[in-house]
Ligand binder design. Sequence first.
Ligand code: AMP
Length: 188
Amino acid sequence: MIARFTPDAWRERRRAVLEKIKSAIRDVPDFPKPGIVFKDIAPVLGDPVLFSAVIDIFADRHRDAGIDKIAAIDARGFIFGGALSDRLGAGFVPIRKKGKLPYKTFEQSYDLEYGSAELAVHQDAFKPGERVLVIDDLLATGGTAEACAKLIGKAGGEVVEMDFLIELSFLKGRDKLKGFSVFAPIVF
Ligand code: AMP
């Protein structure tokens, strides 16, 4: 007989894995500027068990969801996005800082704490109506992800969900992403 996890055992296993990932995330105070506590995921990426567990969490969620493309946000989104594209058999689309993509682009500016920035995507990145999963490491104020969704819309893709490993809930990024499904398994 094949031993199986009961639903409760699965939930407990998932909770324990998330706890391990959460405790591996390192706080770096005053980076990149005074007053910001940077959530450093390098210890998670450097541990093969934890890195694989992160990809499992996203892949389990979308395995049968018919995702055509993963749109990953420059730069830490690329790390999860690349591995996840391979797992799901989906294409990979980099959403990059303006000036980095070589072909024709759509561009979208967004506000930062001080000033503004611009993201870009190749104009031919999506076929009309393609189902797109957005991925990044962390949701803070939501400005970056909102700009990313606008870009995907301009390029003809359809955002299915926006996934982040970490959400800083006190910054209320979800408020900017109303109308989109948002998933973040680790919340601070
Ligand atoms: P936001 O547009 O405010 O949601 O910022 C999200 C983007 O900034 C993501 O690409 C994150 O990688 C990065 N980011 C913002 N705040 C932090 C933080 N405290 N620690 C690590 N990365 C952050």
